[in-house]
Design a protein around this ligand. Structure first.
Ligand SMILES: *Cc1c(COP(=O)(O)O)cnc(C)c1O
Length: 368
């Protein structure tokens, strides 16, 4: 007689649906025998990281028998200099996903509620439920966040609010005026995570820099990552910038060596290459233009995005996703985000975008 090891799990964890990542290219090769596929499913940087990051990895390979610097001194120093902040405000994570989890684990109990919006990043419900806390999901407005609705959802049990700016998978963003009015209304004992995973891509006058609001509202925690614009998703490195007391608490719950040594040196080197980041942004803007003009020409409605992906209405998202897979195009179905009629498409290289456009065009009679 075996025990029921599923039911032995904590209630929160038992109820979880694991995060569904974009389909890896190797899986498509195994399952469909397609070897020349294009993946536009995980908001990765199609240009890859800065050559300086690759060089730093090569130069440090000899040292991988040693544990990494558990405090990540050099990366923190580079970040502190870049942003003009104290090192004790920085927490490094194994991806910013790690940080989101640390925050929930350190601050949220089953007695608390966590607030986030409809169509928000899938990790927010996951970390909330893993702890056994309750989620309050506020309705979206024009696909984006309704900060007034989030504000209205705050109650005495609220401990944490997640705001992705821009949001994944919608690419929508909240502006300075909305954010300020919101932060002013949030009690100081409610933590607000501003998840700025795509901030490097946004060039818009009204786009908030979370770090500037943090000076006035110390309950704001800004999270950023090297996975997206910096092209280091496979190495896993991200960070939080917060009040030093929050960083102190997060430091108690993180693993002692949560960021590996190659990630540390690559991120430090990548940050120094601002010219490369500019190239990445320029290529992304062109690619976004290429995709969205084609959607417009095909009369496919899309959600205007300021990030490196765009979510487009195609009728039956799951079905079109499958059809595109068979043509070697990996996109992201977003039914689990409450968007069953859309697909999320990462901006790729010009020829990758072109292939996606052609594949969609072939399915056009089917698309709604
Ligand atoms: C991709 C993403 C992240 C985290 O990515 P990491 O690779 O864990 O740094 C966080 N938030 C949003 C909204 C994202 O899309």
């Amino acid at each position: 007689m075996t025990g029921d090891f599923l039911k032995l799990a904590t209630t929160g964890v038992y109820g979880l649906q694991p995060y569904q990542p974009g389909k890896p290219l190797s899986e498509l090769a195994r399952e469909y025998g397609i070897y020349d596929a294009v993946k536009l499913a995980s908001n990765e940087n199609p240009l890859g990281p800065s050559p300086l990051a690759i060089a730093a990895i090569h130069n440090n390979l000899h040292d991988i028998a040693r544990y990494p610097d558990g405090n990540g001194f050099e990366l923190k120093q580079a970040l502190a200099t870049k942003y003009g902040i104290a090192q004790n405000m920085i927490t490094l994570g194994n991806g910013s996903n790690d940080i989101l989890e640390l925050i929930a684990r350190a601050y949220v109990t089953p007695a608390h509620t966590v607030i986030f919006s409809e169509h928000a990043f899938a990790v927010y419900p996951l970390v909330t439920q893993a702890i056994g806390a309750s989620a309050r999901v506020t309705p979206a407005k024009n696909w984006g966040y309704d900060l007034t609705a989030i504000q209205a959802a705050i109650c005495e049990h609220t401990r944490l609010i997640f705001i992705a700016n821009p949001n994944n998978p919608t690419g929508t963003w909240v502006n300075n005026a909305e954010l300020q009015a919101f932060l002013k209304a949030v009690p100081e004992n409610v933590l607000v995570v501003l998840d700025e995973a795509y901030c490097e891509y946004v060039d818009h006058p009204g786009y908030p820099n979370g770090l500037e609001w943090q000076a006035q509202y110390p309950n704001v925690i800004v999270t950023r990552t090297f996975s997206k614009a910096y092209g280091l998703a496979g190495l896993r490195v991200g960070y939080a910038i917060s009040h030093p007391d929050i960083a102190n608490i997060l430091n108690r719950v993180r693993q002692p060596f949560n960021v590996n040594s190659l990630a540390l040196v690559a991120a430090t080197a990548a940050m120094a290459d601002s010219a490369y980041l500019q190239e990445v942004k320029a290529a992304n803007q062109k690619g976004m233009q290429q995709l969205t003009s084609a959607f417009t020409a095909m009369k496919l409605a899309f959600i205007p995005s300021v990030a490196n992906f765009v979510t487009v209405a195609v009728g039956d998202g799951a079905k079109v996703y499958e059809l595109l897979l068979r043509q070697g195009m990996i996109t992201r179905p977003v039914g689990n985000y409450g968007l069953p009629h859309h697909l999320r498409i990462t901006v790729g290289l010009p020829e990758e975008n072109e292939r996606l456009i052609r594949a969609l065009h072939q399915q056009l009679p089917l698309l709604g």
